[in-house]
Design a protein around this ligand. Structure first.
Ligand SMILES: Cc1cc2nc3c(=O)[nH]c(=O)nc-3n(C[C@H](O)[C@H](O)[C@H](O)COP(=O)(O)O)c2cc1C
Length: 230
């Protein structure tokens, strides 16, 4: 019931919900559908999947954090891929970027999504694996548009200091996208960061009382789901 999340704020009209102690509630009514923890977890992954498929979706540009020698580092990315079955999320990046290097030292990653219209926050944490010369990166590169590919054609890597404000792109590609053949020059700088999620938290804001749930994916394949006080 993915669509339910697009209209959730209009739907929690049942005042009775607020008369129960949260710990006794086994389901939550969203857009006319009752979710238990299991179906809420599945719907959350479908919601993330939807976020990856449209640049207009509220979940398309999450923030991703990692830690490096200087502390926590946080930036906006494009949610490129979601494997709901494997509980994995991915973004693309330039392998010359600071984060690519940092993730090789410390691969704990945290994701933050917020759908303001539906008052839905999803936080996830997991372990990153870096893909550059393999089938996962090849497939991601094939799915990358020419306008995105040119980002990887910069003559120096991201974060290089520059005396004047530059795009870093070859001049020919500032105004125009490269041809497919020309774009292949960027492949060597292109990588995909895949996060295997071990924790997800769902938080829904509502004037009649917020609701929150936590999901932990253990290494042995077991799964813990619980309602949390928001
Ligand atoms: C809307 C938006 C989407 C972005 N998407 C990406 C992305 O998918 N991958 C990426 O590496 N940087 C992306 N960036 C740029 C990053 O936020 C960041 O500035 C850049 O990656 C440098 O981060 P770093 O110094 O931590 O490596 C995006 C920025 C914005 C504003």
């Amino acid at each position: 019931m993915v669509a339910g999340f697009s209209r959730v704020k209009k739907s929690l009209t049942n005042n009775l919900l607020n008369k129960f102690v949260i710990g006794f509630m086994q389901t939550i009514l969203i857009d006319g559908a009752n979710y238990n923890l299991e179906s809420l977890e599945a719907a959350s992954w479908q919601r993330l999947l939807k976020g990856s498929s449209s640049y207009k979706d509220a979940l398309h540009n999450p923030a991703v954090a990692n830690v490096n020698a200087h502390g926590v580092n946080l930036r906006t990315v494009v949610l490129r891929k979601v494997w709901a079955d494997k509980k994995q999320l991915a973004f693309n990046t330039d392998i010359r970027s600071g984060k690519w290097n940092d993730l090789q030292q410390q691969n704990n990653v945290s994701w933050l999504f917020y759908d303001a219209e539906n008052k839905l926050q999803i936080r996830l944490a997991g372990i990153a694996t870096l893909h550059q010369q393999d089938a996962i990166a090849d497939e991601a590169w094939q799915e990358t548009s020419m306008s995105s590919r040119k980002i990887y054609m910069g003559y120096v890597g991201p974060s290089s200091p520059t005396p004047v404000p530059v795009s870093g792109l070859p001049a020919a590609f500032e105004a125009n996208d490269p041809s497919q053949e020309e774009s292949e020059a960027g492949r060597k700088n292109f990588g995909m960061v895949v996060t295997s999620i071990n924790w997800m938290e769902w938080l829904w804001l509502n004037s009649k009382g917020h609701r929150r749930a936590g999901f932990t994916y253990n290494l042995d394949g077991s799964f813990v789901a619980e309602w949390l006080v928001p």
